[in-house]
Design a protein around this ligand. Structure first.
Ligand SMILES: Cc1cc2nc3c(=O)[nH]c(=O)nc-3n(C[C@H](O)[C@H](O)[C@H](O)COP(=O)(O)OP(=O)(O)OC[C@H]3O[C@@H](n4cnc5c(N)ncnc54)[C@H](O)[C@@H]3O)c2cc1C
Length: 394
């Protein structure tokens, strides 16, 4: 794939060499006895995730598109997508560093200070610091700008107080990027700032929450007058909404790239499981065949859409509001794939093994919620892409 503004779907010989290097890494690493022993042990999910990101780092494959000055590999977005594709082709585990690598890192490269880039980026890649996203609050999810956590000036820093909830990976996190109110008198979108907050400090309390999937690295964070130096503010004071949205753009776009491979793999595994069902293959029914072909077609559309996004990122453009259409599309698609598996596979969906499992079905529930619910994506599309009048959301 070229790096110009148009989409060229042929990979260059150098990119194919890179793909072979990644394949060799996958084959070697996924045969590691630690992984083979623990890959299906739910309680070890985060230990496996940490081990995986560390292996990626040690193989020189972390931060593929990041500059070498910050520990990256100085390659491009195309190498990132090749890596993501190969991960899911090989069935690699999720990494623990997703929020640092996928959300905060790309935004610090644009909106961070030089000191912030030097301090934080290499430690994200080496998995010395695990990050989580501190946006949602008990009374501020969809209406994120209504958040109440506040940061008050104190000498050369700020005192942060408030509560964040539904924080993925918080159990394993060392830092959080936290959106907080810095001007209570300003209109709600204009009085927010984004802070980089250490979690192993006095005044921080983390409480676990168990997800419907059974994963337990979810939780809430409570901040009681936690001191944050001003050097750990990202972007201008009271301009945090802009930075927070840049991060959300990456979340909505980049997670699509990662999740596409996962769901494609799960979909193919689901068809294999169907072929061996004692009750017969659901694909014998022409209506189910139509449905399956339609879903596979949509997965292919998603792949091309992701490649287009990669072209945009390669050209240095942030995903922005257009990522909302992608997020809406894949949230809805994954949910329909999950429902198809349950409807046609019945109780067999709960069988342990490599098919489209109960876990994936439950996980698909969340794709319509995280990074902003599907209803909120439709709102953004209506207002910012179609230019329709703004709804009544005071
Ligand atoms: C798996 C998962 C991981 C998550 N990880 C994180 C994380 O790491 N960090 C973080 O900060 N948050 C995280 N979240 C939280 C997520 O961002 C919020 O759950 C989401 O934004 C919705 O907020 P809420 O739960 O408060 O629901 P609410 O905002 O209370 O919404 C309830 C329902 O009302 C609908 N609704 C609300 N407002 C409107 C409107 N204006 N128009 C139409 N419908 C509307 C919503 O679509 C939804 O169906 C995660 C959530 C999930 C499920």
């Amino acid at each position: 794939m070229g790096s110009g503004g148009t989409m060229d779907l042929a990979f260059t010989p150098e990119q194919e060499v890179f793909r072979n290097r990644v394949r060799a890494f996958m084959a070697r690493t996924l045969n590691d006895p630690f992984y083979q022993e623990n890959r299906h042990r739910g309680g070890l999910r985060s230990a496996v995730s940490r081990w995986w990101d560390r292996a990626v780092f040690e193989a020189g494959l972390a931060g593929l598109s990041w500059p070498t000055a910050y520990g990256g590999q100085g390659l491009g977005q195309v190498e990132e997508i090749i890596f993501a594709e190969e991960c899911y082709r090989a069935g690699a585990p999720e990494g623990i560093a997703w929020a640092g690598k996928g959300l905060l890192g790309p935004v610090l490269l644009v909106h961070g200070t030089e000191a912030q880039r030097q301090q934080f980026l290499p430690r994200i890649l080496s998995v010395d610091d695990v990050w989580c996203q501190g946006y949602s609050e008990p009374e501020a999810g969809s209406d994120l700008a209504a958040l109440r956590s506040r940061a008050v000036r104190d000498g050369d820093g700020w005192r942060l107080s408030g509560e964040k909830i539904w924080t993925s990976t918080v159990k394993d996190a060392d830092w959080s990027f936290v959106l907080a109110r810095t001007d209570p008198a300003a209109p709600k979108h204009r009085g927010l700032s984004l802070f980089l907050v250490p979690l192993h400090e006095p005044g921080v309390t983390v409480r676990p929450l168990t997800e419907v999937t059974g994963d337990d690295s979810f939780g809430s964070m409570h901040f009681d007058e936690v001191f944050v130096p001003d050097s750990q503010r990202v972007g201008e004071v009271n301009q945090g909404w802009r930075v927070a949205n840049a991060i959300l753009g990456f979340e909505r776009g980049v997670t699509a790239i990662e999740q596409h491979g996962r769901y494609h793999r799960q979909f193919m595994a689901m068809l294999e499981t169907w072929a061996s069902l004692p009750s017969g293959n659901p694909l014998a029914d022409p209506a189910v065949r139509d449905e399956a072909a339609g879903l596979l077609g949509e997965l292919q559309i998603l792949r091309f859409w992701c490649l287009e996004l990669i072209t945009e990122l390669q050209a240095g453009r942030e995903p922005g509001f257009s990522a909302s259409t992608l997020k809406y599309f894949y949230g809805d698609l994954f949910w329909r794939i999950g429902r198809a598996s349950l409807r046609h596979q019945g109780p067999a969906v709960q069988r342990p093994g490599d098919g489209f499992q109960h876990y994936e079905y439950l996980w698909a529930l969340g794709t319509n919620i995280f990074a902003g619910t599907s209803e909120i994506q439709l709102d953004i599309i209506a207002e910012h892409i179609l230019g329709l009048p703004r709804g009544d959301r005071s």
